[in-house]
Ligand binder design. Structure first.
Ligand code: V07
Length: 263
């Protein structure tokens, strides 16, 4: 273990990655989740309307998806729209709902080139039909891709997700398909919208806020958190790399402790 973490000779691949400015392959977090905060503040600082900040935020999504894919991250979950975001002004919500379509229109060729697969978690049925169509088109077009999973949390709330999981389990109990003794942590995990994904290794929140805001409460139980004051539209490859390196350093400090001790 010591050799693996500290004594590893720099090999050709590491050197190449260093030259390309990529973080080292070693211990790349498989699943990174991001709360992309600070778009409104970014616009306000420039005396621009909030929607300009959201649009710029979408460009950051492209940049980070590209970079995460190159680094070998397996899953990138992005909190794009929360169940609480409906309380924002109508024009702002309408603009946000147009972003999946804009994203797809401008980024689909590159998603295909990079072998990125788009997925989502959240309650799709409550979204406007044009947004649902854009999401469906993105997921359908990329469903055979085998690289990075770009997972958008859309109309997502963790408590809502847990309530749905409980209802589904209770229904099965009522129907006699499940007995209460069968309800384990593993089974609860399997009723969540993330059942098919590994748990996040690293959570990033931008813009100086230090809260979870109803994001993946169950899934983040053992995740490393990294907070930055950088606003999401200003977030770039170097910030992302810094977060990954912080994660790698923390893992290294655990000095080979595995399993329960690191949890
Ligand atoms: C949104 C840009 C990023 C900052 C946070 C809020 C604004 C990309 C998408 C998206 C979603 C699904 C999809 C393709 C793209 C998106 C919303 C907001 C609602 F299949 N960015 N982005 N969706 N923002």
């Amino acid at each position: 273990m010591f050799n693996k973490l500290f004594g590893k000779k720099i090999n050709k691949e590491d050197k190449m990655n260093e030259q390309k400015g990529l973080v080292k392959d070693e211990c790349i977090p498989s699943h990174i989740a991001i709360i992309m905060d600070g778009n409104g503040r970014w616009a306000k600082k420039r005396a621009m309307p909030r929607i300009k900040g959201h649009h710029e935020g979408m460009n950051t999504v492209k940049k980070i998806a590209r970079y995460a894919s190159k680094c070998g991250v397996k899953v990138l979950t992005l909190y794009a729209f929360s169940t609480e975001n409906w309380r924002r002004p109508k024009t702002e919500v309408e603009f946000l709902m147009s972003l999946p379509g804009q994203f797809l229109q401008s980024f689909l060729p590159e998603l295909m080139e990079l072998n990125i697969k788009v997925q989502m978690i959240g309650d799709k049925a409550e979204l406007p039909m044009h947004t649902q169509k854009a999401l469906d088109a993105a997921m359908e077009a990329t469903k055979e891709n085998t690289g990075l999973i770009l997972n958008f949390a859309m109309n997502y709330g963790s408590r809502d997700e847990i309530v749905r999981a409980m209802k589904a389990m209770m229904t099965e109990v009522q129907e006699g398909k499940l007995v209460i003794e069968d309800i384990t942590e593993e089974r609860v995990t399997n009723y969540l919208m993330t059942a098919h994904l590994p748990e996040p290794d690293l959570l990033i929140r931008t813009s100086g806020e230090v809260r979870l805001s109803n994001f993946m409460l169950w899934q983040l139980a053992y995740t490393e958190f990294w907070f930055t004051d950088t606003l999401w539209p200003d977030f770039d490859e170097a910030c992302f790399q810094e977060a990954i390196e912080a994660y790698q350093n923390r893992n290294r400090r655990y000095g080979g402790l595995k399993g329960e001790e690191t949890k």
